[in-house]
Design a protein around this ligand. Sequence first.
Ligand code: ADP
Length: 500
Amino acid sequence: MLTSSKPIKILVVDDETDIREGCVRVLRRLDCEVSTAANGKEALELMEKEEFSIVLLDLKMPGMDGMDVLREIQKRGWPLLVIVITGFATVETAIEAMKQGAYDFIPKPFDPAQLRIVVERAMDNVRLKREAERLEIERSRTLEDLDTEKSRISAIVESLPIGVAVTEKTGKVVMMNPSFRSLVGLDQDAKTGNDISTYIQDEELCKAVKMVSSGQQVNGEDTFTCELNIGGERYLLARGRPVMGEGGERLGAVVTLGDITSIKILDQMKSDFVAKVSHELRSPLSTIHEQLGAVLHDMAEEGSGDDEDQYILARAKEKTRGLIALIGDLLDLSRIESGAVTHNIQPVSLDELLGSIVDFLRPRAESKRQSLTLELKGDSFPKIEADPMALESIFGNLVANAINYTGNGGSIVVAAEVDNGCWKVAVRDNGFGIDPRHHEKIFEKFYRVKDDNTRLITGTGLGLPIVKSLVDRMGGKIELESEPGKGSTFTVTLPLAPED
Ligand code: ADP
């Protein structure tokens, strides 16, 4: 049986004291609170003050009789159950009372068991009603909570400073917040419901959004990041992530847009500054380097200066050489970042260019007793549309690194082939190798692996960032496979013709 913590209050209304007291004795043993009234008026006064659930009402009373009380209860709309107490002579009246809305009746004389049965039935009814009310309140509260939660989330999304749009599997836009509309230059009242390409002009971004929405991967990933020039000097960064259903199925995608114009401007200012400072430093440093070389040469010729002087000057010359290399790399990087290095696009025989790089660097490899070979696979070598300086920089850096980070007597192979409309060039060495935890980091500016093998090798930490920026600009990719102690393979894939 369902229970409710609030006790059930029962009012016994009868002009006969014996009946009232008898009822109280029987009912007290039930789980309820019992009050009594000797006439209709007193009963109504009590009902005004207290909330009763059940009223045992004698129909035949002097003055205001039971029917009058019942009518008054109906009139006031009190939600209580009335059990009328009737004498044999008034069974008809009892039926009439039931018609008037009484819940049940009990004929006089009744014994305690009969009274208990009738009242317990009414009490069960009260409890059921209370439970139903409680459930209804709970249900409406849950709906209310859900409603506030929903509106809270939608208010947050609406006021986000970044643009947010949600697409269905087909690429149809089902939601856009105000920031998204203003970032892509739409009116604030622009309606959703159309394909993403209706709202964004950038073809590449639309393609990526559709792929992620429908469950395809973009460049081997479930997510994408892409920069967007929206005219003039304004840039946006778009990111796409899949939206999954509860069963892990793809429902669509969520796309965020952020304005990165200020970051771009800062980046440009930084590159300009680095380029300017590097440029200013290069000439005096080269002069110092040459003059140190001349002094060292004279000392050797004349036999002047002691060994320590010569050692100090040689160290200074070596350090200036390192600085000049660093400046050269910094200038290269800033030229690449400004796009200057990939401008001079022309058909290039990559096979020949690789041949000349290998020939140029062979003496360096031989000085470490390393073998350096070029393997060309296949029999047709189509030309690649690219800037030859950029290609030289990419493969010159990779082969030089392979020589630097491979011990004496090692072997380096440059294997090239044309595969699927792309040149695929692998620079393979059996040198020191690179621990997987450095694999991503070595493409960051100035990152160098410091261990017993590399401790004495000088470098700038800018070679691989230069390579990566160039490969990215040419629409290609660079991959690394490497294991410490076994060697490394850097594989560059470049399309035969650049994308528009
Ligand atoms: P640098 O060679 O001037 O230090 P790079 O950017 O070219 O700078 O390379 C970054 C780091 O990556 C190097 O310091 C080296 O530790 C590691 N590295 C690059 N190429 C190889 C390779 N072929 N084998 C092992 N380690 C390498």
